[in-house]
Design a protein around this ligand. Sequence first.
Ligand SMILES: Cc1cc2nc3c(=O)[nH]c(=O)nc-3n(C[C@H](O)[C@H](O)[C@H](O)COP(=O)(O)OP(=O)(O)OC[C@H]3O[C@@H](n4cnc5c(N)ncnc54)[C@H](O)[C@@H]3O)c2cc1C
Ligand code: FES
Length: 273
Amino acid sequence: MYKIVSKKELTPNVKMFEVHAPAVAHKAEPGQFVIIRYKETGERIPMTIAGTDPEAGTVTIYFAEVGKSSTELGMLEEGEEILNFAGPLGNATKIMNYGKILCVGGGVFVAALLYQIEWFKKAGNQVVAVFGFRNKDHVMLEEEVKAIADEAYICTDDGSYGHKGMGMVDELLEREEFDHVFTIGPTSLQKNLSDKTKPYGIPTNVNLFPIMVDGMGMCGACRVTVAGDTRFSCVDGPEFDGHQVDFDELIMRMRVYNPQEKISMVVHNREVD
Ligand SMILES: Cc1cc2nc3c(=O)[nH]c(=O)nc-3n(C[C@H](O)[C@H](O)[C@H](O)COP(=O)(O)OP(=O)(O)OC[C@H]3O[C@@H](n4cnc5c(N)ncnc54)[C@H](O)[C@@H]3O)c2cc1C
Ligand code: FES
């Protein structure tokens, strides 16, 4: 069992857990993920690692309550335990001195990006960060990114805080020269960013979130097409060259269970009421 040693609510639907999982904490690096099962009958939920404290034996995750499983996970309190916390899974981000890098994150995934930025800075990179959110209420980790990155910009879709939309990314690509781009966030954001950086010829690493089940390359659920080849995101990724990913296929596959997920949430809400 894995104890939740601390819990924080960051925005209306985003929670942070620090989980006591010493074996994961000792090995994990940015870019890797865990698969959580919070109870015997629970779904397997993949979550990107957003920090570790090897001495305390803890791993930090940030998650958005988007459906039944993530909402039930968010109902657990500090001191309660998670049944399974498997990891670290997937390949770590290649941390080295790329030079000047642009890091673009969206929504809850900015937490995992911040963890990468810490390591990129330690490796000597000059980091420009852009964090995007739906609106003012969803902005998180602003002070933290401003403290670490060389330049940091906050954007909101509706312009209620910071810069409106993601036009700042176009501006940065136009006026500055980047050696590499890294992104974690909603798939549409990663696709758009890859489309934007392609004409500039800037290598762009995306971090994909296809449906996953086992997280170990056995079930095939996380299949993605990269450079025309079938790859399994859990063992070959989750980071890939964004210019080679078939995003349209990925987005279609991610929607496959939408009807079942909606029904499951309706049933959950009835049970809670
Ligand atoms: C490698 C990886 C890392 C992730 N890291 C994070 C993270 O750090 N924070 C975070 O909030 N979310 C993360 N996700 C997404 C998270 O796993 C899903 O939001 C969660 O499983 C949704 O479950 P649900 O029952 O609450 O919602 P549902 O209603 O079941 O699904 C809502 C949406 O979540 C996605 N989803 C559902 N089940 C899965 C699954 N088994 N695997 C992948 N995606 C699924 C689908 O796109 C679906 O449309 C990650 C996903 C992957 C694959
Ligand atoms: S999640 Fe099963 S093969 Fe990747």
